[in-house]
Design a binder for this molecule. Structure first.
Ligand code: TXA
Ligand code: MG
Length: 338
């Protein structure tokens, strides 16, 4: 199958709509990462997403709708705080999990009774959703376990030949996926950290819990139990204070003829002078925005990525650390461990 990359225009969106309504797949930009969309009411179309990505079939999908779409048609909105959160953060990088009305097919929710709903802010995504008028279910448009895509080229690198169309809306500037929030209980609970932080949610909803995902916990977001975001080369993670050991690993690898590269926040660069560096940026938002593109650039340029954790904690750093810890194994003396 030929895979076209087209800028988002009236013509390309009309083509994308035709493909979606015909049961096919279309990759499209959002402000977090690129999504791989299918008609959420068509079980056969949704199965193609799992095949194209190699995604485990017990990991449900997010339904994406236009701001004008009445989400009450898809889910039961039972808690007032969820309405306030919708008012505050949608459209935007927040996904809320409600009890489903069953309009979105069982293949997309893996037979579960809940549905995750998101209203993207990206103009390209909205143009597609406005035209399609259906819930478009979409995971990130990468091969399962690989780094999420933030450009049309990243999607092409993973899925060329497997899907007919990628709508190109430029680089996704949010850079990490939406916050996934369970709103079925009296207190909202973060299932996956993201750009809408616990602090932001608590300020609107009054309170906000974070799912622990400990052994024995009832896992409400199956995605969290899988490995994710893995570059195609060895990737070592060091904490912010551990720069001497990180530099030593770099130097040893370089001596052995390997091509290492350091990924670190701007403030840590001075500690790696004279070495290849990919700069993640200064603030938590910048680091989130650059992280996936940096990991993909790292795997392209090097055969060993040495990722230095940013020093900041809380807020958007929760989402950054969650991605980084899955992408990169912690490097202990003598080898890798998690
Ligand atoms: O920013 C994003 O959320 C991107 C863009 C494309 O919208 N999408 C995305 O999808 O990251 P995906 O499939 O890569 O991650 C969705 C996460 C998974 O961890 C999944 O388990 C969880 O959301 N999820 C989906 N439906 C759920 C449900 N009904 N209950 C609990 N968790 C759910
Ligand atoms: Mg994903």
């Amino acid at each position: 199958m030929e895979t076209k990359i087209l800028p988002v225009t009236d013509e390309s969106v009309a083509l994308a709509k035709e493909i979606l309504l015909g049961g096919g797949l279309v990759a499209f930009p959002t402000e977090t990462v690129y999504g791989l969309g299918a008609d959420g009411t068509n079980g056969d179309a949704v199965k193609k997403i799992y095949e194209a990505k190699g995604r485990p079939t017990d990991n449900p999908l997010i339904a994406h709708v236009h701001p004008d779409f009445d989400i009450g048609k898809l889910v039961y909105v039972e808690n007032d705080y969820a309405l306030r959160l919708k008012e505050a953060f949608m459209p935007g990088p927040l996904t809320m999990v409600f009890y489903s009305r069953g309009v979105v097919c069982k293949e997309a929710v893996c037979g579960g009774d809940t549905l995750a709903v998101r209203i993207p802010r990206h103009a390209g995504a909205q143009k597609l959703l406005r035209a399609a008028k259906i819930p478009v279910v979409a995971p990130s448009a990468n091969v399962s376990k690989h780094v999420s895509p933030v450009t049309a080229q990243h999607v092409f690198d993973d899925l060329a030949g497997k899907i007919p169309l990628i709508l190109d809306g430029g680089k996704s500037d949010g850079g990490i996926e939406s916050t996934v929030l369970d709103v079925t209980e009296k207190v909202p609970r973060i299932l996956r950290a993201g750009l809408i932080t616990r602090e932001m949610i608590a300020a609107v909803a009054g309170d906000c819990e974070i799912a622990s995902h400990l052994p024995g916990d009832k896992i409400r977001s199956p995605g969290v139990k899988y490995r994710h975001y893995m570059p195609r080369c060895k990737t070592a993670r060091f904490c912010a204070e551990d720069t001497a050991r990180a530099a030593a690993l770099y130097d040893r690898a370089a001596e052995e003829g390997k091509k290492p590269v350091i990924l670190c926040e701007s403030g840590a660069k001075v500690r790696f002078a004279g070495r290849e560096i990919i700069d993640l940026g200064g603030s938590g938002e910048e680091i989130a925005s650059n992280l996936f593109a940096a990991l993909r650039e790292g795997e392209r340029r090097a055969d060993l990525i040495i990722a230095i954790e940013p020093a900041g904690r809380g807020g958007v750093y929760d989402g950054v650390m969650n991605r980084l810890c899955k992408a990169a194994e912690k490097y202990e003396e003598g080898g890798f461990s998690h």
